[in-house]
Design a protein around this ligand. Structure first.
Ligand code: GLN
Length: 486
């Protein structure tokens, strides 16, 4: 059978279940394709071919014994900030260049329990700080739709890999948009679950009150299938909610007739590409045709503070979280120093890249005595207002619909010298993490040969509503079938 790497999870599952293919065949084909194209895309930080083939054999054995679940035997790529026992986890940083985790992240344990297969680790912005994957300390990833363009970030490796079929699915993490924005730029489905839906145990921390792990997949059905496995309470992450996990695939087939959707005007920002605006308007009209009731005139006035709030809160938390990289406990250690203090200073100086240092300095400043009240505390108060604004909106609407980003992907190098321009590419995604609500980005058009993403935002723990809307839209449009040329 040809082109196995092009399959979705649900298509692979059917073939595996009917014994038409084996996981060894599927994994081999996907690895072969990955090795052929990744020289151009550079989505992978680590390719773990032998490890994957072992896992595929184990999956085939389980299937032979009648033990098959939807992700059994299906090969995935994992963002390089999630720990897989024994597999190098760099976070795309020099400071973790040789870090081999002695344990599995909770999501990895869950995927292993159903014999999913890991092909390796995906490139990302260092410590998930960035929007283009150019902040990787190792190399940039290219957008499969146009190799001169960025794949988005920080989960750019995961998104690019899924778009070009280097993996059947991938995991990413999202602190301010890092799953949805690259999903939008690469034309795949990316979901940031509700804060507390998925355990962060074993995810390298960036900003703990915002970070959330989620799936990047080729279609909405696959997104539901991955959510079914990775969601749920974990006693090692006390921020996970002790709520039952529904079967998310049940949401897919539900009619969207009568669902009330709001279109907040603040997300159609100044400087937005007119073609992206048009694509979004067309997509929202499609949802209307499918029976949703659209209010085009919604206002969420606090949205304009989200970017400023995020760039106080996220760096503050990062400055605390990254203090642990002192050359003593993990990774890179500067050894040629006369004092302990010099060793620590040089470890950070050489171990961290420019953007990471910028965040640590911003955060340390915002948390320092005298500035704490003026910046951090004030930002926390505005965070509450943003959250309340969403809660009010969700009294009236079942979901909100916005662009995922104001533009399609941009050229590699175009924004690297201007951090503010880079930060702006997340204006539509940051408020969602601040409020802790779930959101999904789905393919909703093409502009100049590059994908456009539509973001659907929902109430806390209403991932089902998002999947229901996303699936209805997907089934009525051709975008998810479009593929970049290899
Ligand atoms: N681009 C944003 C940042 O640089 C968001 C990153 C993320 O979601 N991890 O912080």
């Amino acid at each position: 059978m040809q082109d196995l790497h092009r399959l979705t999870i649900h298509e692979s599952h059917k073939l595996l279940k009917d014994k038409k293919i084996s996981s060894v065949e599927l994994t081999e084909a996907t690895l072969k394709h990955l090795n052929e194209v990744d020289g151009k895309i550079r989505a992978c930080m680590t390719v773990a071919g032998e490890y994957a083939m072992q896992a595929a054999k184990a999956a085939d054995k389980a299937i032979g014994a009648g033990k098959i679940e939807p992700l059994t035997g299906v090969p995935a790529l994992i963002k390089d900030n999630m720990c897989i026992r024994g597999m190098r986890t760099t976070c795309s940083s020099k400071i973790l260049e040789n870090f081999i985790p002695p344990y599995d992240a909770n999501v990895i344990e869950k995927l292993k329990a159903c014999n999913s297969v890991f092909l390796g680790k995906a490139n990302m912005d260092e410590f998930a700080m960035g929007s283009s994957t150019e902040n990787s300390a190792y190399f940039a990833t290219h957008n499969p739709w146009n190799l001169d363009c960025v794949p988005g970030g920080s989960s750019g490796g995961s998104a690019a890999a899924v778009a070009i079929d280097e993996a059947i699915y991938a995991l990413g993490s999202d602190t301010g948009g890092s799953i949805r924005q690259p999903a939008g730029f690469c034309g795949v489905v990316g979901m940031k679950p509700t804060y507390g839906r998925v355990s962060r145990y074993g995810l390298v921390a960036f900003a703990s009150s915002l970070d959330q792990i989620g799936p990047l997949t080729k279609d909405v059905t696959d997104c539901a299938l991955v959510m079914n496995v990775i969601s749920g309470h974990d006693k090692r992450d006390s921020t996970t909610a002790n709520l039952p996990v529904p079967d998310y695939t049940r949401a897919l087939k539900k009619d969207i007739k009568g669902l009330k959707l709001g279109v907040p005007k603040e997300y159609f920002v100044e400087g937005m590409q007119p073609e992206v605006r048009l694509a979004l308007e067309t997509a929202i009209k499609k949802l209307e045709e499918l029976g949703a009731v659209i209010d085009w005139d919604v206002s969420l006035p606090h949205t304009k503070y989200a970017l400023a709030i995020y760039y106080i809160l996220a760096p503050s938390e990062a400055s605390a979280n990254l203090a642990r990289y002192d050359g003593v406990k993990y990774g890179y250690s500067y050894r040629d120093a006369d004092t302990m203090w010099e060793a620590m200073e040089k470890t950070k100086q050489f171990g961290f890249g420019a953007e990471v240092k910028r965040r640590i300095m911003l955060g340390t400043y915002a948390l320092s005595a005298g500035y704490y009240d003026a910046y951090y505390l004030k930002a926390q108060k505005v965070r509450t207002l943003i959250k309340q604004e969403f809660e009010e909106a969700f009294k009236k609407y079942d979901a909100l619909v916005t662009p995922t980003s104001p533009t399609v992907s941009f050229k590699i190098g175009e924004k690297t010298d201007d951090p503010m321009q880079m930060y702006l590419s997340d204006v539509c995604t940051l408020p969602i993490n601040i409020a802790g609500v779930p959101a999904v980005s789905i393919p909703a058009g093409m502009v100049n040969g590059l994908p456009v993403g539509m973001q659907i935002i929902g109430r806390h723990f209403a991932e089902e509503t998002l999947l229901q809307l996303a699936y209805a839209y997907e089934q009525a449009t051709p975008w998810h079938t479009k593929k970049p040329a290899v």
